[in-house]
Design a protein around this ligand. Structure first.
Ligand code: ATP
Length: 594
């Protein structure tokens, strides 16, 4: 396929925010593709070169891209930089400056393969001469690119491709292009993606073996599975009722979720909740895991928390977050902030895929294969049948350093559900008993200029929840409190890559911030309660037409959720459930049910 065709499709995708239209454009684009080319187009459309968990980074800074555009267009670097500043986007600049050249000869036209290989070369360039090498390859591609191709190439390398194709839309397109587009086909395609986290692999298997053939995509050590997620209930009574009167309660450790892949031989790999490779961060877990598991290969899940090894006391989570992203001083960090991994699930035991077994069977497996070490332990668990038993266990958990309990269904259907949120797991935190039930993970979509002490910075941020059905980000609050000075400085730096000059099409809000951000950064907030609001759009229409939810007295908890991407934020459906839980608590007679 010619790269021009792909760029043309991106142009059309960019011009629409309708999910149905996007699905059609994408389906038409990929229908003729096969094999590697199909996989490459899917990765590229997500702004990636490989599945996200591979963590490939291009390492192209803005200044480097400016130089490549200057060289390819013959315009001075300073002029390119000024133009980009004015346009607010180097992609648009490339499109305009490369426009007047005579069109590249047909023989020089770029194919998708040329672009993909070039980008891989750019990503692979390491070491001293890497900058020059990256510029050379990028310039070479730009010289052969038409204006629109240049625009998307530049945006791709800068990580600002905003055609906005999210995984869910790609899954829709796959079902339309390569299956009958039915709900059943769509859910099988999604299931295959949930166990493999690799859209390229799913697409190729679908083309080669059909919808039924997707079942052949199984667990593989080194390839993360999308995590099973929990619902909420507002009381332990409701939890037990939901679970049919009996549940396994576990400590809900407050740390980082880790999926550990332990091969038969060689070093384990660790993945975060959003499937980032975390192996470099926790060498002590890498060292202990092979010893701790009697059967290998294995894939196990647990929560990594800071712990005082002398007293076995769990420490506050902030300790472990300080270790994130630290590449240097790891030895020091290990000694200063020791961590332990509390395992709560097993998916692969030996060569056996146990993910389809019910939870009690998986827990027995885990207990059988685990030889606990100082660093790798078993999550505390108790089977409870009454509210009194549950309350007693919750109190134990909280005094033991957990933030609450995680209830797990023991019934049929309690298999591991990759990538799904459901009532087979229910989280219940201690502070559910007063005010709003839980913290909310909001996506930053806008910034408001500060005044007074905050002049020259953002004083408040506009946050949104995610609606996966409509693929939209809906605002629910403007938050300014809870930030300390360091965080006020840190936030603009973290948000820089997401700055855009107009409201992103996927964002819905009644407010107009001074700066828009493409949905990317997720932060945790708490508030007093959820109220109805005509300005905010979260779950709009769920209670009354045109009215959404707003969080009253929102406050940043100090936690930037690096382990979550925009689409992992709290969903509008969750917000609706939190609102209902809140109403039920306030009106026990039940008339508050909206
Ligand atoms: P979610 O993961 O549901 O989107 P979140 O990341 O904000 O939400 P919480 O709402 O605090 O996290 O609760 C879910 C998380 O709790 C799990 O993803 C996991 O990291 C953690 N956790 C701690 N202990 C357990 C346990 N025993 N079983 C399962 N998960 C646990």
């Amino acid at each position: 396929m010619r790269f021009a065709e792909l760029a043309d499709a991106y142009g059309r995708l960019e011009a629409t925010s309708k999910r149905l239209e996007m699905r059609q454009i994408l389906a038409d684009l990929i229908r003729p593709l096969r094999g590697e080319e199909l996989a490459h187009v899917l990765y590229l459309s997500q702004g990636q070169l490989l599945p996200e968990y591979e963590g490939v980074e291009l390492g192209v800074a803005g200044s480097l891209a400016v130089r490549a555009v200057a060289q390819a267009s013959g315009v001075a670097e300073a002029t390119v930089a000024t133009h980009a500043k004015r346009a607010g986007d180097l992609g648009t600049t490339a499109e305009e400056l490369l426009g007047p050249r005579s069109a590249p000869a047909a023989s020089a036209a770029l194919s998708v393969r040329d672009v993909y290989d070039g980008l891989r070369e750019i990503a692979a360039a390491k070491g001293e001469a890497s900058q020059a090498e990256k510029i050379r390859v990028l310039t070479g591609l730009l010289e052969r690119a038409g204006p629109q191709e240049a625009k998307f190439l530049v945006r791709f390398v800068l990580g600002t491709l905003r055609v906005g194709v999210r995984e869910m839309t790609i899954l829709d397109a796959l079902a339309t292009a390569f299956a009958d587009g039915s709900k059943d086909a769509r859910s099988k395609i999604e299931a295959a993606f949930n166990v493999s986290s690799d859209l390229g692999l799913v697409a190729r298997t679908l083309v080669d073996h059909g919808v039924e053939g997707l079942a052949r995509i199984g667990l593989e050590v080194g390839r993360p599975i999308r995590p099973m997620l929990a619902e909420r209930e507002p009381s332990l009574e409701a939890v037990l009722k939901r679970m049919g009167g009996e549940a396994a309660l576990e400590y809900k450790y407050d740390g980082l979720r880790i999926q550990a892949h332990v091969p038969a031989h060689g070093a384990p790999e660790l993945f975060s909740r959003r499937l980032e490779n975390m192996s470099a961060q926790f060498p002590e877990l890498i060292a202990d895991l092979p010893k701790a598991l009697a059967v290998k290969p294995a894939i196990v899940e647990g929560e990594c928390v800071p712990i005082d090894l002398d007293t076995d006391e769990i420490q506050p989570f902030q300790e472990v977050s300080r270790r994130r992203g630290r590449k240097h001083d790891l030895d020091k960090a290990q000694a200063e902030i020791p961590v332990a991994l509390f395992l709560f699930d097993v998916l692969l035991a030996g060569h056996e895929d146990v993910s389809a077994e019910d939870f009690p069977a998986r827990r027995r497996r885990l207990e059988q294969i685990l030889r606990p070490t100082e660093r790798v332990r078993l999550a505390q668990q108790r089977i409870v049948r009454t509210v009194d038993e549950a309350t007693a266990f919750l109190e134990e958990a909280v005094s033991g350093g957990a933030e609450g309990v995680m209830a797990k269904s023991l019934g049929p259907g309690s298999r591991y559900r990759a990538g799904a949120r459901g009532y087979w797991w229910i989280k219940y935190k201690r502070d559910y008993t007063t005010g709003l039930t839980d913290s909310i993970d909001g996506v930053v979509v806008g910034g408001f200029a500060g005044r007074g002490r905050r002049a020259g910075r953002f004083g408040a941020y506009l946050l949104a929840v995610y609606d996966p059905k409509r693929d939209k980000f809906e605002s629910f609050c403007k938050v300014g409190s809870g930030f300390d000075d360091e965080q006020l400085r840190e936030m603009p730096r973290r948000l820089k890559p997401f700055e855009v000059d107009a409201a992103p099409p996927s964002v819905e809000t009644g407010l107009t911030p001074d700066q828009w951000f493409r949905p990317g950064l997720v932060i945790e907030v708490r508030g007093a309660e959820l109220t109805l609001s005509p300005i905010h759009r979260a779950a709009a229409g769920a209670i009354r037409p045109g009215v959404g939810f707003a969080l009253r007295f929102p406050r940043f908890t100090g936690r930037i959720r690096d382990d979550k991407g925009a689409t992992d934020a709290t969903t509008s459906k969750e917000l609706l459930e939190m609102y209902r839980g809140q109403v039920r608590r306030e009106a026990p007679e039940g008339e508050g049910e909206a």
